[in-house]
Design a protein around this ligand. Sequence first.
Ligand SMILES: [Zn+2]
Length: 219
Amino acid sequence: MSAAALTAMQQGLQSCEVCGLLSRPAPGEAAGEADGRCPRCDEELTFRKHDSLQRTWAFLIAAAVCYIPANVLPVLTTVTAEGAESDTILQGVVLLWSPTGWPLSLIVLIASIMIPSAKILALGYLLISVQRGSIRNNEQRVRLYRMVEFIGRWSMVDVFVDTFTASLVQLQPLMSVAPGPGLFFFAAVVVLTMLAVESFDPRLIWDPVSQQSGSWRKA
Ligand SMILES: [Zn+2]
């Protein structure tokens, strides 16, 4: 059991973030201070991502701040014969809601409002629990991080959906569509949450466990 509790960090091993190779940093360099290089792909090796918590917080707070104008400001301005009309994301969801258009309305609601807010909340929870040195629900927290990371890869879906919506509206006669200021903030939320996910080091979740490896047990 004691062997299982030994982490790569305690054995002085570092994993490469690019190719995944687990190796010992070059001899002569003090562990944790000077950065070695991956013997296979020459990527810089670090025990933990530099300033992971600070950088993740910075991106996350910026994303949360941009989330407000992204939802309050109009994302689309539609021009009809009667005049111009600006709609926020939520107004767009309501506008699209019809017996035939409800699936698209639901996709926009999930991709544009629910997923970004869920990502912000999940990352906030991970950051706070890591900073408190929590050793509870570690497996669930790693699973949560993987889920957020997986969703991040599909973030461009949001852009696709918005473009699709714009082209759909364009099909109707006497109408033109222009992006509103909210779209800029929405794009910022997508990019900032992706950067926050990239900055977070999930290995930090396990550090409090290895620090008190004497009381290590399978949770
Ligand atoms: Zn490598």
